[in-house]
Design a protein around this ligand. Structure first.
Ligand code: 5GP
Length: 352
């Protein structure tokens, strides 16, 4: 029931088991929850222990959960590496997209060098996922569709699922057209395969935070702009976007209201069975680079999925396991139908 006036709801961004919490005054009084659960706050009178219950739980008895402040503090103290500030602090909040291009595919690995230790105990709460205040949201018929972001490890079948969805209803689903600085080939048209621009303009656009992500390939730049997402949504289509998970937090704005779907591999045994005759395309969109999956590809896929889930799992709205492709596709389709018709929990900041 979405008329929840005066009530406060939060989405848990971590798993919590009171039996493993040494700090809780009484383990029996604790409320256990999983990442992604929606909790209703019953009392915040105590600064350290809030009282909450699971949303929709008929049982009126509330349990203890660590308060946001308390949880943030103890998590930050446990992970000293986050007690730091980015070098360019002043750019951080004002231009949300800045980090996204700095951490684009190429310089992802050098991420660390951007940070500098500070002696104060300041920390960026965005890096300590605890709770997020949420509210029910249902798309109105005259409203733009939400951006749907697909993330997953290389080889999991994300592109195949995206392609199936696109051809299932080309009027309804759309994808962004990337920018490139390479020369247009004779069979290509500007604005179809790519938007062709000069290196100078590309660099200026990068400086002006116009890109969600960009990369370099054979001495040319390629990238997806924020405006390309806007133009898909402006055509009254659902925009499908696949990006590296680190870019997701910059897309989480009122304008895009992104719904994030994680495409997850099944067990290694199921990967061996289901991908026996399949091919892996490790370089994006480059069909000629396809070759049969190796055992290392499977292991790499599972490892990469685990890292994504542990680092960015709190940003995922839905996890779909791509075991059997047809079943995964049907689940994806159902998810999209529900997204357009049903009420979902979104951050309160998106409705202001
Ligand atoms: P081509 O020039 O053959 O059309 O594409 C070459 C390569 O450009 C692709 O295989 C892919 O690696 C890269 N590419 C295409 N679009 C994008 C994009 O939007 N962002 C990034 N980072 N790379 C892209």
């Amino acid at each position: 029931t979405p008329s929840k006036e005066g009530k406060m709801f939060i989405k848990a961004l971590f798993d919590y088991n009171p039996n493993e919490d040494k700090a809780i005054p009484c383990k029996e009084a604790g409320l256990s929850f999983k990442k992604g659960d929606i909790l209703q706050i019953m009392s915040q009178d105590d600064a350290t222990w809030w009282q909450a219950k699971h949303e929709g739980d008929a049982n009126p008895r509330a349990g203890l959960i660590p308060s946001k402040h308390f949880q943030e503090r103890r998590l930050a103290l446990r992970r000293p590496e986050i007690l730091v500030q980015p070098l360019k602090v002043s750019n951080r909040k004002s231009s949300g997209f800045r980090r996204s291009f700095r951490l684009s595919r190429k310089d992802k690995k050098t991420n660390k060098s951007m940070y500098e230790c500070k002696k104060s105990d300041q920390y960026d709460t965005a890096d300590v996922p605890t709770y997020e205040e949420v509210t029910p949201y249902r798309r109105q018929t005259n409203e733009k569709y939400r951006l749907v972001v697909l993330v997953g490890p290389v080889g999991v079948g994300l592109n195949e699922l995206k392609r199936k969805l696109l051809i299932s209803d080309t009027q309804h689903y759309g994808v962004t057209v990337p920018h490139t600085t390479r020369a247009k080939r004779s069979q290509e048209s500007d604005g179809v395969e790519y938007i062709f621009i000069s290196k100078h303009l590309f660099e200026t656009d990068v400086q002006n935070n116009k890109f969600i992500e960009y990369g370099e390939y054979k001495n040319n730049y390629y990238g997806t702009s924020i405006d390309s997402v806007r133009s898909v949504l402006a055509k009254n289509k659902v925009c499908l976007l696949d990006v590296q998970p680190h870019t997701v937090k910059h897309l989480r704005t009122l304008e895009f209201k992104p719904y994030v779907i994680f495409i997850k591999p099944p067990s290694i045994e199921r990967l061996r069975e289901t991908r026996k005759n399949a091919k892996i395309i490790s370089s994006r969109d480059d069909q000629s680079a396809a070759k049969p999956f190796t055992e290392e590809d499977f292991q790499e896929m599972i490892k990469s999925a685990q890292i994504m889930e542990s680092q960015y799992g709190h940003l995922f709205d839905k996890i779909i396991i791509n075991d059997d492709l047809t079943m995964a596709f049907n689940e994806l389709k159902t998810t999209f139908d529900k997204l357009e018709t049903e009420t979902h929990w979104v951050p309160v900041s998106w409705l202001h």
